[in-house]
Design a protein around this ligand. Structure first.
Ligand SMILES: [Zn+2]
Length: 323
């Protein structure tokens, strides 16, 4: 019996001793499954290939990943949860066939002993998605560290997209109804209603209702530019209010109910103009104005998420496909 145990221990030691080379050269499935099996509605959907890597801890074939030789300036983010993980400035060509970085963004990458007993697995600290392995002591770069990452675990965003929140402003009648349709749109992080385009600082709802402040009831939308864009949101805007009505929207009449796309820069201005042109070609007599975004004054709390709080539906806005 003792002999059997001794042989088994020896075999185990021998196995660990020669077990997998520093790099997996083949697609392999890990044995350990963690909380990353769990479906979370906030995570991005994964293809079967991505799931095999990120959830089941596989390894993509070397020299096949889209980021292996990728050299653009920007940030690599988690495919599953969008967390920022690696900067392009830390990427280098190790020749191993997988994207290699000699550093990670602080606190974003977690290390765990690999079940193979030899390597160190790396995971997204936010969602526990499998990324690859980390190796040290190879003296490739002064940091002497190689984060060896599967391309399938990553997405890449360019510098102007790294701030993953952007704002846009639309006025299209009663802001309760505009907000109702935007707050559930894809890529929208949050919405807020308020006033813009007038001359009175810190206006109240009652003041704006007089039509004498110059303000339009306006909605601010904060969105994730990796998931939606200004054009998509502006199209939605034209489809949830009637852009042909002048200084009114349904029963609400007055300049405070005028239709406006407020732009932040020339590219937004051009997008708004292009979409209005498209609508005009379709025969719509568009009354919507394009105006430079000005200071936004948030409205009183009782106007925020109005329909959701009241559990009723807008009287003044409805969706109608126009593009
Ligand atoms: Zn993640």
């Amino acid at each position: 019996m003792l002999l059997v145990v001794a042989v088994a221990v020896a075999a185990a030691i021998w196995y660990v001793g020669i077990s997998p080379p520093a790099e997996d050269r083949f697609l392999s499935s890990g044995v350990e499954k963690m909380k990353n099996d769990e479906t979370d509605k906030n995570f991005n959907e994964l293809t079967p290939e991505e799931k095999a890597i990120i959830v089941d801890k596989g390894t993509e074939l070397s020299f096949t990943g889209k980021y292996d030789k990728h050299k653009e300036t920007g940030t690599y983010i988690c495919k599953r949860c969008d967390a920022k993980l690696f900067e392009s400035s830390d990427k280098y060509q190790s020749g191993c066939g997988w994207p290699s970085f000699d550093d990670a963004i602080e606190g974003t990458v977690k290390r765990l002993p690999d079940p193979d007993g030899r390597r160190t697995e790396i995971l997204c600290a936010n969602c526990d998605g499998h990324l690859g392995h980390v190796f040290t002591g190879e003296e490739h770069t002064p940091k002497n560290t190689r984060y060896c990452v599967n391309s399938l675990s990553l997405n890449f965003i360019k510098p102007q997209q790294t701030e993953n929140k952007q704002k846009a402003y639309f006025a299209g009648g009663c802001f309760w109804g505009v907000e109702h349709f935007f707050q559930k749109a894809d890529g929208v992080i949050s919405t807020q209603v308020g006033y813009m385009g007038g001359h009175k600082a810190d206006p109240t709802y009652e003041e704006v209702c007089t039509g004498k402040t110059g303000h339009a009831e306006t909605m601010e939308v904060i969105y994730n530019p990796a998931k939606t864009d200004f054009e998509t949101l502006t199209k939605l805007f034209f489809e949830i209010h009637d852009p042909e009505q002048v200084n009114r929207q349904g029963p609400d009449v007055g300049t405070q109910y005028r239709s406006v796309v407020f732009y932040a820069d020339n590219s937004e201005k051009e997008i708004a103009a292009k979409l209005i042109e498209t609508l005009k070609q379709k025969g719509y007599k568009v009354a919507t104005k394009i105006a430079k975004a000005d200071k936004f004054y948030p409205a009183e709390d009782n106007h925020q998420q109005y329909y959701e709080k009241k559990k009723t539906l807008p009287y003044c806005h409805a969706y109608k496909k126009r593009f």
